[in-house]
Design a protein around this ligand. Structure first.
Ligand code: BYC
Length: 325
């Protein structure tokens, strides 16, 4: 079904497409069974699907620290956070399914590399302080991107975002709380927090996507209100929000060019290494093969559960049919 939809995608200037655009411009929400251009559907499947995959793959770097959390309380908090990410993935797969693609199709496209997930999850989490940096910076960047997506034009995506954003703010605060503890701890702990900031700063800036001049989808996605801001706008907002938080921690943002620009009312900052970004999204980041191997293993090991559930469902529907005859 997905392949058929992709094939039938074409530039659409029909009366239907114009009426659709007028609804978008008027701020109306588009609901699953309503008419939509093939390109709108395809873009949503790509973005919501990638977003769902990011939530699921995003459990791996933090899951890595559940067994090694320093206290029972930190373990319980991290466990709850990682479980929330699984829930976010499920809301998003459900939102994508309303567009006519199945969760299994999406999963297969992730597992064989046809669909992407966020570049950030291809970096390793080396110390406990990375749990602080991930919550503070990665979830902080995610919120910056997701708060405007609550107003996105596709109803099911917008409603999933409202729920997800509530949970993301707890995630960001738990990360910042770890950073506060570490930064105000021993010299060694403070150094661990600084190292985590050093390693996660630029990868976090990459989460917003390539610079606007290299963003292939932004213009059309913004016209359709699938995206509400450009990649550079959100990256700037993130830097402006995060630099004072780093200062409060007594940590240094690893960017010697960082300076306040009075005229624009925001920071000037160094761009991430875009060659590195494009390598990571092509599959050549530090942890890409490890992450995909973990997801493939989970998919293969869960096959018997899926088959068992399908056999049970088939048995139940046969029994119901026979009872009705
Ligand atoms: N990573 O034209 P562009 C979380 C790709 S999970 C990988 O600007 P677009 C969390 C892009 O797909 C949060 N790929 O694209 C979970 C396109 O390639 P394709 C995840 C990226 O879509 C667990 C190409 O580059 N959030 O927070 O207009 C634990 C050109 O880019 C990335 C979302 O998914 C990237 N960073 O804009 C903790 C938010 N950036 O597809 C935390 C929803 C770009 O043509 N998504 N690419 O092959 C979006 O808002 C948009 O899709 C993006 C990219 C801003 C990410």
């Amino acid at each position: 079904m997905y392949a058929q939809m992709v094939k039938s995608e074409n530039a659409d200037d029909s009366a239907e497409a114009q009426a659709f655009q007028a609804r978008i411009d008027a701020g109306e929400k588009i609901e699953p069974k309503e008419w939509m251009p093939a390109g709108y559907r395809k873009t949503l499947i790509r973005q919501i699907g990638q977003h769902a995959h990011s939530e699921i793959v995003g459990q791996l770097p933090e899951g890595n620290w559940i067994t090694r959390a320093p206290t029972l309380e930190r373990k319980a908090i991290l466990l709850a956070k990682v479980q929330d990410e699984a829930g976010h993935g499920l809301y998003l797969y459900c939102a994508a399914e309303t567009l006519g693609v199945t969760r299994d199709e999406l999963t297969e496209m992730l597992l064989d590399g046809r669909m992407k997930y966020s570049s950030i999850f291809n970096y390793p989490t080396l110390t406990w302080a990375d749990m602080g940096a991930v919550g503070w910076l990665v979830d902080g960047a995610a919120i910056m991107n997701q708060v405007p997506l609550q107003r996105t034009s596709y109803g099911p995506y917008s409603r999933a975002m409202i729920r997800i954003c509530k949970e993301e703010s707890f995630h960001q605060r738990q990360g910042y709380d770890i950073m506060m503890k570490m930064a105000k701890g021993t010299e060694q702990q403070k150094q661990m927090a600084q190292n985590a900031l050093n390693r996660f700063w630029f990868p976090s800036l990459m989460m917003f996507g390539p610079s606007d001049k290299d963003s292939v989808h932004s213009a059309q996605s913004m016209a359709w209100k699938i995206k509400m801001n450009t990649n550079d706008e959100l990256r700037q907002k993130f830097v402006d929000q995060t630099v004072p938080q780093a200062e409060y921690l007594g940590l240094t943002v690893p960017d010697k060019t960082l300076s306040w620009n009075e005229e624009k009312g925001g920071y000037d900052f160094a761009e991430p290494d875009w060659d590195e970004f494009f390598q990571v999204i092509k599959g050549n980041g530090p942890c890409n093969s490890e992450r995909l191997a973990a997801r493939n293993k989970a998919w293969d090991e869960g096959r018997w559960v899926r088959e068992g559930l399908m056999a049970h469902a088939a048995k139940k529907s046969t029994a119901q049919r026979m009872a009705a005859e």
